[in-house]
Design a protein. Structure first.
Length: 375
């Protein structure tokens, strides 16, 4: 039976422990209409959890749409019957000409439950992992929306016994018309972080700030986030790669290049959105997407190496392009170097116009650390 879909899977399997999986699900026939594509994608997801990865449960999903204003309501109506985890929905068009794609993060051997305010808890091994998705408000400016988003998130973390500075691992900030609205996002984040004790002398939070649109045109910023309750001081560490990258505060923003957490049995690595930049904060290879891709790979590889990881440990890649005309050359480059890594290419301008491409990823490797509880 023809399914019109492809599913790429990364597996980190642990005997008598928690296994982790990343999957990218894509449509292979762009001639299908939107309803047909959604139905095919959800059918492929059902096959994934029932047949391919039995016993694994989704903990986080992100759907990428080509036209959120016209597509979100239909997708959300269908997801009411599949509300099994935190769900993010953002307009970042798949660059293969289809209307929808899906990144899903799954685990086995965990307990899950819904929390207030739409957050989602995954617990095991003495830790509570809190996923938050598709948060938004409709204040009048991007600066005000960002400030309200963070203030609300801080209160929600507090209700769960967590703090932004101690427990938040990762954020994703999707900004409508990023060339115009990103400055307000940066201003609000800098100010909120300062009130929370997050400064250049302490640490920030791994993050991607990228173009992305909500279905409602009045929503200028939406946020996904991930936090862990139960980690100890020193268990979460930060990646700098000073030979290749500069501290972000040097050009006025406040996020970490990467973060890793050591558990008793594994190291999880979260690489922020990374572009073609040098350790003076300058864009490298302006106007040349091939050379920018190579430098971006080198930067990410250096961050991974600082966490004693390689690209072999990477579970998925999200690749963002400003110009859809660059898709063909970039896809070929990625397919040649990373033929087996789950990945998706998305139309999403980066926060600085000169950057033609950006990528983010997550990685995991086995370690043995008696100082911490297993994952």
């Amino acid at each position: 039976m023809q399914t019109h879909t492809s599913t790429d899977i990364f597996r980190f399997e642990v005997e008598n422990g928690v296994s982790e999986y990343h999957a990218i699900l894509r449509i292979t026939d762009p001639l299908l209409n939107y309803t047909e594509q959604v139905n095919a994608l959800l059918a492929a997801y059902e096959q994934l959890v029932l047949d391919t990865l039995p016993g694994a449960v989704a903990v986080f999903k992100r759907f990428f749409l080509s036209d959120a204003a016209n597509q979100t309501d239909h997708l959300q109506a269908l997801l009411i019957e599949h509300s099994d985890c935190a769900v993010s929905i953002v307009e970042q068009a798949p660059l293969d000409g289809t209307k929808i794609a899906l990144w899903v993060y799954l685990q086995s051997g965990v307990s899950t439950r819904n929390l207030p305010h739409g957050d989602y808890e995954v617990s095991h091994g003495g830790y509570r992992h809190i996923w938050s998705a598709s948060n938004f408000n409709k204040a009048s400016k991007s600066e005000f929306q960002m400030r309200l988003l963070f203030n609300d998130y801080i209160m929600r973390l507090s209700e769960q016994g967590c703090r932004l500075s101690d427990n938040c691992v990762r954020t994703w900030l999707f900004v409508q018309n990023v060339d115009v609205n990103y400055a307000g996002v940066v201003k609000a984040r800098n100010e909120v972080f300062h009130t929370q004790g997050l400064t250049e002398n302490t640490h920030f939070i791994a993050s991607t700030g990228i173009a992305g649109r909500h279905a409602d045109r009045e929503v200028l910023v939406q946020m996904d986030a991930y936090a862990v309750e139960g980690i100890e001081p020193g268990q979460m560490r930060y990646l700098y790669a000073p030979t290749h990258l500069n501290p972000t505060y040097e050009y006025g923003v406040s996020f970490e290049r990467g973060t890793y957490i050591d558990y008793g049995d594994r190291r999880q690595v979260f690489i922020s959105g990374t572009a073609s930049i040098n350790n003076r904060g300058e864009i490298v290879h302006p106007g040349d997407v091939r050379q920018q891709t190579l430098r971006m790979w080198e930067n990410v590889e250096t961050l991974l190496a600082e966490a004693e990881c390689t690209y072999d440990h990477v579970g998925h890649m999200l690749v963002y392009l400003r110009d859809m005309a660059d898709y063909a050359v970039v896809e070929r480059m990625f397919d040649e170097r990373f033929p087996h890594t789950p990945k998706v290419f998305l139309l999403a301008p980066v926060c600085r116009p000169g950057w033609l491409i950006e990528m983010e990823c997550m990685a995991v490797k086995t370690i043995h650390n008696d100082n911490y509880k297993p994952y």
